[in-house]
Design a protein around this ligand. Sequence first.
Ligand SMILES: *Cc1c(COP(=O)(O)O)cnc(C)c1O
Length: 410
Amino acid sequence: MIPFNKSAVVGRELDYIGQAVANGKTSGDGPFTQKCQRYFEERYGFTKCLLTTSCTDALEMAAMLADLRPGDEVIMPSFTFVSTAQAFVRQGAKVIFVDSGRNHPNMQAEQIEPLITARTKVIVPVHYGGVACDMRRIMALASRYRLLVVEDAAQAIDAYYSGELADPEYPWQGRLHRQDACYPLGGIAHLACFSFHATKNIQCGEGGMLVINAPRLVQRAEVIWNLGTNRAAHARGEVTKYEWVDVGSSFQPSEITAAFLWGQLEKLELVQSLRTYIWQRYADDLATLAAQGRCTLPTMPLHAAHNAHSFYLVCNGADERNQLIAFLLKRGVTAAFHYQSLQDSPFYSRTPAACDLLNCRRFADCLVRLPLFYGFGAGQVTDIIAAVRAFYDAVSIPAVYEAAAPEWVF
Ligand SMILES: *Cc1c(COP(=O)(O)O)cnc(C)c1O
């Protein structure tokens, strides 16, 4: 059976856990935490990084830093993980959902401006599958309407935005380390949140990171990260005793977690090259099915250099998608779907919504993700591709998505 995901040891993770224990310092903010944070600051040029116990936690810190008042509005895609919305709902904000694009699950940046009101405070672009949102347009809107932008970069480690960005409003963008003239995701907005959950490219079981790019937010972020105290300033000798100065919580992962993460980060290039190879095999070998109109493969906007986080097909119907998953399972391949549109969720649907988000619903109904993880055997990609082809050979008439709006004729 080929699982959908498998977390693997890729380097010296277990040695480093041993070292953390031998150091006698297993609580948070020790040498491994600092090594990991510095890695991101140096490799990508992020202003300040703080490891957290999850991306959910990092999003909650971001929502706290946004200083929201009840009734303030936060704009984000409906096609995302529940944590993206929940972090802001917990701070009393009202979430306003944007539809996905017709060809990509990312939120359609053109739809954001009409949703901005006097209560709007934050925009949260989610880089789905490590594919960059239209950051130039989003950051320009933020500067025009004085909004905070939080990148949900949970899936976007080592992924890039390839457009031009020189907005003098955001001086930190000029300090980012560009690769082939592309800007690293997570470094563009005021704040960004990464995940190191077991299902992500680089993982430590449960883990995350808040990136603070806007210098004015750094000090408060440190306080929130330190249970609402000025412990960090005290450690630097800036204050004589450390005290409770703000609201915060316990957001730091233990050194055991950070040690595992450091072992993974040392092998980032290796993990990325393997994932990219698998992703490209899927894309090349399934291209003929897509050309025949049997399914759709991921389309990449010109402004995105992705990180091979996920490979998916979009089926022509919900039934067909479910049949494909069942067929693959019988052949020993575990495929998975997600997300359900948050606007249609039991929790949110108590809130009156402005309109149906049809593109999002289509991705929720028709998208299926194929296995993609470090440690694939050589023949496994071939087997999975053969199983997908066998399914389409057995289904003779292309299905049509039942609830398709006219613009979805594809
Ligand atoms: C995985 C994920 C999260 C949550 O990450 P955790 O580290 O599990 O809290 C949030 N948003 C998106 C888009 C994700 O993919």
